[in-house]
Write a protein that binds this ligand. Structure first.
Ligand code: 3PG
Ligand code: MG
Length: 393
């Protein structure tokens, strides 16, 4: 179901109105500073548009996972500096949504306020009706641009959307739903998905949902070792989930030739002993060693397949890419996406770890999602509560 967009609202619905905008400013921080401002930048088209139309913009977001009360290390005050720099305008900070209503009314046309972390108030994660009403009092219209949080039925993403009308999708939300949705609807073929990461357990539903839709599903990361183990191969000390062997066997049996596993791996005795790394074929992983990346033969194989694709979806690193040299496989997949994109393929990267792997290449990819869990749940075919609560177009 297509959702009503901010684009569809007439100017008089925006001019002078308080636009309550749920954004996803759950950004990585170190020593009180934002280390990756992708999610801040991704919210700018919606915020800028609203300001240009004369709206007073009130931003709502969560940050991290505080345990039901204020914790300084999760304060959104830490993003104010970067957001002001990106907006080129000062921000009002609203420390408490209840007493903040007067601040929202005093905002000038085009002014922007940021409310403190929604998870500082009990009831956000329970989707409490009282807290949703408190948030609702901060706006005359509601815009949800927090795609990364759309899989959460929280007071600021779901509850509030029923209390403020109109309740519409922002530009980032629209873009995410369009690109991720098109993958499932009518992908140009061949359609190849690449899945990596540590655990098969977290990706099992997306593997199941994608298998019937893709022409091939390439598996990397520690997840591949669970498949190796299920095939009866020695996996040494690699990260595996033995309780998923049966499941992996079932997937191997039902997927036909679509499921493509790594031909070989880069192994080491441990991460600390990365210097001793070497490459082996998948059937020659010695006891006492562990898999940390796909090998060069697999990189070549994956690249060749990806260069034939017309649509590619990628989620999850191929190895422990934070620890060189085990970043090589992930970098090779990123490079292959860019190469395939230059030949006309649609290239979509799911959020989470893979985003860091394509840092600096965003403009050579069709779409890099700002959602981790949300993008996977969408591809699994699940309803995202934050989207469902918005008005239909
Ligand atoms: C994310 O970064 O995955 C989203 O902001 C959602 O955060 P959460 O997983 O803590 O709900
Ligand atoms: Mg998450």
């Amino acid at each position: 179901m297509t959702k009503r967009s901010l684009r569809d609202l007439p100017p008089q619905a925006l001019d002078g109105k308080r636009a309550l905008v749920r954004v996803d400013f759950n950004v990585p921080l170190k020593d009180g500073r934002v280390t990756d401002d992708t999610r801040l930048r991704a919210s700018l088209p919606t915020i800028t548009y609203l300001r240009e139309k004369g709206a007073r913009v009130v931003l709502l977001s969560h940050l991290g996972r505080p345990k039901g009360g204020p914790e300084p290390k999760y304060s959104l005050r830490q993003v104010v500096h970067d957001l002001e720099r990106l907006l080129g305008a000062p921000l009002e900070f609203i420390a408490d949504p209840e007493s903040g209503v007067s601040t929202t009314r005093r905002l000038p046309r085009g002014g922007v306020a940021l409310v403190e972390n929604t998870r500082f108030w009990p009831g956000e994660e329970q989707n409490d009706a009282g807290l949703a009403r408190t948030f609702a009092a901060l706006g005359d219209l509601y815009v949800n641009d927090a795609f990364g949080s759309a899989h959460r039925a929280h007071a600021s993403t779901e509850g509030v959307a029923h209390l403020v009308k109109p309740a519409v999708a922002g530009f980032l939300m629209e873009r995410e739903l369009q690109y991720l949705g098109e993958l499932l609807d009518k992908p140009k073929r061949p359609f190849i998905a690449v899945l990596g990461g540590a655990k098969i357990s977290g990706k099992i539903d997306v593997i199941r949902a994608l298998l019937p839709k893709v022409d091939a599903l390439l598996i990397g990361g520690a997840m591949a070792c669970t498949f190796f183990g299920a095939m009866g191969l020695e996996v040494g000390n690699s990260l595996v989930e033995p309780d998923r062997f049966t499941l992996a066997q079932e997937l191997l049996k039902t997927s036909g030739k679509k499921l493509i596993l790594p031909r070989g791996a880069v192994i080491a005795p441990s991460l600390e002993r990365a210097g001793e790394h070497r490459s082996v074929t998948a059937d020659a992983i010695p006891k006492g060693w562990a898999v940390y990346d796909i090998d060069a033969a697999t990189q070549h194989d994956f690249r060749a397949r990806l260069l034939d694709a017309k649509t590619i979806f990628w989620n999850g690193p191929m190895g422990v890419f934070e620890t060189p040299p085990f970043d090589a496989g992930t970098r090779a997949v990123a490079a292959a996406l860019v190469e395939a994109g230059a030949k006309g393929a649609v290239t979509v990267v799911g959020g989470g770890d893979s985003v860091a792997a394509v840092a600096g290449m965003e403009d050579k990819l069709t779409h890099v999602s700002t959602g981790g869990g949300a993008s996977l749940e969408l591809l699994e075919g699940k309803t995202l509560p934050g989207v469902a609560a918005l008005e239909n177009a």
